[in-house]
Design a protein around this ligand. Sequence first.
Ligand SMILES: C[S@@+](CC[C@H](N)C(=O)[O-])C[C@H]1O[C@@H](n2cnc3c(N)ncnc32)[C@H](O)[C@@H]1O
Length: 216
Amino acid sequence: MSIRERIFAAVYDPLSAKPEAKFGAAVKRKLLANARGRVLEIGVGTGLSFPHYPPDVEVVGIEPLEPMRRRARRRAEDLGRDVTLVEGAAEELPFEDASFDSVVSLAVLCSVHDPDRVLAEIRRVLRPGGRFIFLEHVRSDDPQLARKQDRFERPWGWIAGGCHPNRRTLESIEAAGFELVEVQHEERPDIPRLVRPHVEGWGQTPSGSDPHKAGA
Ligand SMILES: C[S@@+](CC[C@H](N)C(=O)[O-])C[C@H]1O[C@@H](n2cnc3c(N)ncnc32)[C@H](O)[C@@H]1O
């Protein structure tokens, strides 16, 4: 692991404190209310999501960086929450086909090496009708800001854990075959302009019926 990755893990919580308090915690709580059953969270980081899961879901987190996993483990212990943490990358999920009811990605598709492969893996591990819940910052619709996101892609990635601020993530989610159920576009305050445009919501793998829906 590089020194940059270690520093990224060490500063992640302090730098996230203000945006979490301002909007992150509330948005996570609202989104994660849609999680059902056995849940996989990719790129779980330091576990900022853990307090916001409904109590009756089982959470498995995958994360490549050991210092992030260590902090996530500590957070789960402090919360008294049973979370299984696994080392690995979302491009190659070490799980069986159709083995999760929900998959969660919170600010991760901006950082992975190959978003299309990750989305294909998410589809593979979700059962038919399973839920993909996402909160991602994306390429701006404003051409001027989008140009800036392109121009600063490399330096931004260098300081922000390999993040690409200019990805068309919602389009990728749709192209991967998820049926979108709820989507919201938001401009988030109090974070650098490059990463303010966000999409959040959830979609489903094509299915048939959702066994978690009342009456289904
Ligand atoms: C911006 S952080 C978000 C962390 C956490 N999801 C949150 O909301 O606070 C991105 C996370 O994705 C992880 N990550 C980067 N590449 C990944 C990959 N290929 N597979 C899974 N996780 C990855 C990083 O190590 C980091 O923890």
